[in-house]
Design a protein around this ligand. Structure first.
Ligand SMILES: [Zn+2]
Length: 344
């Protein structure tokens, strides 16, 4: 068993400060466990993760897993901070889903505001109406294509997946981000409810795939793979249901809002669970980009009137596309947890 060869904390501390019996393990936070420099962002995110996720010393991986060169350079604990057991984590996810559904049913119907299509920046440039909100969708195309290229190219992301089937929800995610570029550009060329459905549909597919990713990597691989098509169908169905009701004159956004809220909550709790991979706290940063996108969306006119250059909605597209960029970054940097941490 590889785990038998892992050095324990006292051994590690002793190896770092042999003359101090009360020594705390000293680890260079600027380094990932393969010793590569990853700059200030990783330093900050590691410190945030250490502060909020676990107070235990991190460097428990020893000199055998996954490579001898990893010795003494591990910051993140294998398998994540383990604040919640797998059973409690599963119960929390189910409870949140139930609570979310009950809340959605108890709320009064949420109609689509007629003013929604009136965006702050309506300038035409190069013959393209609403140029800022249309052109900024290029970010979704770039991120979507980059993700698909990395996922489909042999030899890339070699450490990102223990089981090749785990690529599926990420393929769905990045393909849906690519579709978002087209759907959102189409909508912003002539904003209307009929076009808005094509803007929202691919984004909700991303939400469904994200939930499946968290289940696969934190709860159960088999369950997550089986749930993937259902989660995508439920998420996409929430948009279709809204549009069908809209056509009948009583559009209701409750289901769509519930899907968004649930996927955001799942991202928030993911770092609390044991993970198949390192860098579980990257899900928090993905959530952060998503929250920033929502803030930009709300401040559309405020930002435009104060900058006269860019609107909040244009920035919203860039922040939302950054969620995909950060997921791709996580895939490139993460490492599998030791086998005993991996759920099947
Ligand atoms: Zn938009």
């Amino acid at each position: 068993m590889q785990s038998n060869r892992l050095i324990n904390r006292p051994q590690l501390v002793k190896s770092i400060r042999p003359r101090r019996t009360d020594a705390q393990a000293q680890v260079d936070l600027r380094k990932r466990w393969n010793g590569h420099w990853h700059g200030r962002i990783d330093l900050i995110t590691n410190r945030v993760a250490r502060t909020f996720l676990s107070e235990r010393p991190r460097p428990t991986l020893g000199c055998t897993y996954p490579k001898p060169s990893h010795c003494g350079k591990v910051f993140e604990p294998p398998g994540g901070p383990n604040l919640l057991s797998r059973i409690n984590g599963t119960a929390l996810m189910l409870g949140l889903a139930l609570g979310n559904a009950v809340l959605a049913f108890r709320l009064p119907p949420i109609p689509q505001p007629a003013s929604y299509h009136q965006f702050a920046d309506q300038r035409t440039w190069l013959g393209v109406p609403n140029f800022g909100d249309v052109a900024s969708n290029l970010a979704f195309a770039v991120v979507g294509l980059a993700g698909l290229w990395f996922l489909l190219k042999p030899g890339k992301l070699t450490n990102a997946f223990v089981d090749p089937r785990e690529r599926r929800p990420y393929l769905v995610t990045f393909f849906a981000l690519l579709l978002t570029a087209f759907g959102s550009a189409y909508y912003h060329l002539g904003p209307s409810n009929a076009r808005l459905v094509w803007d929202r549909l691919p984004m909700t597919i991303v939400f469904g795939a994200l939930i499946a990713i968290v289940i696969i990597e934190h709860v159960s691989l088999e369950a997550g793979l089986k749930l993937l098509p259902f989660l995508v169908a439920i998420a996409a169905g929430s948009v279709l249901q809204w549009y069908r009701d809209e056509l009948h004159g009583h559009g209701d956004l409750r289901a769509y809002a519930a899907v968004q809220l649930y996927s955001a909550l799942v991202l928030l709790i993911a770092p609390l669970l044991k993970s198949r991979y390192s860098r579980g706290y990257d899900f928090l940063i993905v959530f952060g980009w998503y929250a920033l996108a929502k803030i930009f969306e709300t401040a559309d006119r405020f930002i435009f009137t104060h900058t006269h250059i860019v609107s909040g909605h244009t920035l919203k597209h860039l922040a939302a596309a950054s969620t995909g960029y950060w997921m791709l970054r996580m895939l490139r940097l993460r490492e599998p947890s030791p086998p005993e941490f991996i759920a099947h």
